[in-house]
Design a binder for this molecule. Sequence first.
Ligand SMILES: NC(=O)c1ccc[n+]([C@@H]2O[C@H](COP(=O)([O-])OP(=O)(O)OC[C@H]3O[C@@H](n4cnc5c(N)ncnc54)[C@H](OP(=O)(O)O)[C@@H]3O)[C@@H](O)[C@H]2O)c1
Length: 218
Amino acid sequence: MAQMSIANEERKRPEAQRLMRAVVCARYGPPDVLRLADIPRPIPRNRDICVRVAATSVTSSDCIVRSGKVDPRLWLLMRLVIGLRRPRKTLGMVFAGEVASVGPEVTRFQVGDEVFGFDRFGFGAYAEFKCMRETGLVALKPANLDDEEAAAIPYGGLLALHFLTAGGIAAGQKVLVYGASGAIGSSAVQLARHFGARVTGVSGTPTSSGSGGSAPRR
Ligand SMILES: NC(=O)c1ccc[n+]([C@@H]2O[C@H](COP(=O)([O-])OP(=O)(O)OC[C@H]3O[C@@H](n4cnc5c(N)ncnc54)[C@H](OP(=O)(O)O)[C@@H]3O)[C@@H](O)[C@H]2O)c1
């Protein structure tokens, strides 16, 4: 009941007190289309939790959505789903932070819980507060991770796990991870090793001789 009253109290506050700072996307384009702005603070409903975001990550998916540059076959679908002239939602797929308030039907989390998560196309993490369903990809943050470390894990970790599993990863296989120093690649290297594969990683940082691409490392 105490948790429910917190969300109700937020609804009763004057509009001006319910604003929060967020990085908004004024139109599709390069990174400088992003602006700091005051926007309405979200209020958790039903089974939503509202997280006070302490850390987020600029993922490659955020960059693709912000730029608006997608495969021409997906262009119309993406604009219909994400927004015709600009992304309708504040960007930011991943977050770490503290549960600030909860909806009346929430049972898994309580105010003060330290959490991290990945809300995919729910977005909204480039802001002080972000709401999502308690049944989504959100969990208690391990105590040995700080907020920045926790926010860096879900995107690359879950995508790497998805693609390795879809590829039928198994012990003894030889796996080449192209882009091994990136968000997905660095998780893919560790997960492929965890599954017992022999891993070769390639990344793109130029070598001291100036040539692109680093030597494969196992
Ligand atoms: N299909 C899907 O659902 C899906 C979803 C998410 C992402 N993606 C794609 O997956 C890729 C990786 O995503 P990410 O989030 O891990 O990106 P990221 O964090 O930006 O990492 C990119 C990686 O690619 C490496 N790289 C860049 N140029 C290279 C080159 N010329 N030769 C070899 N390696 C090079 C980088 O190496 P350095 O760090 O050394 O520069 C880094 O390891 C991106 O292309 C992204 O668009 C696909």
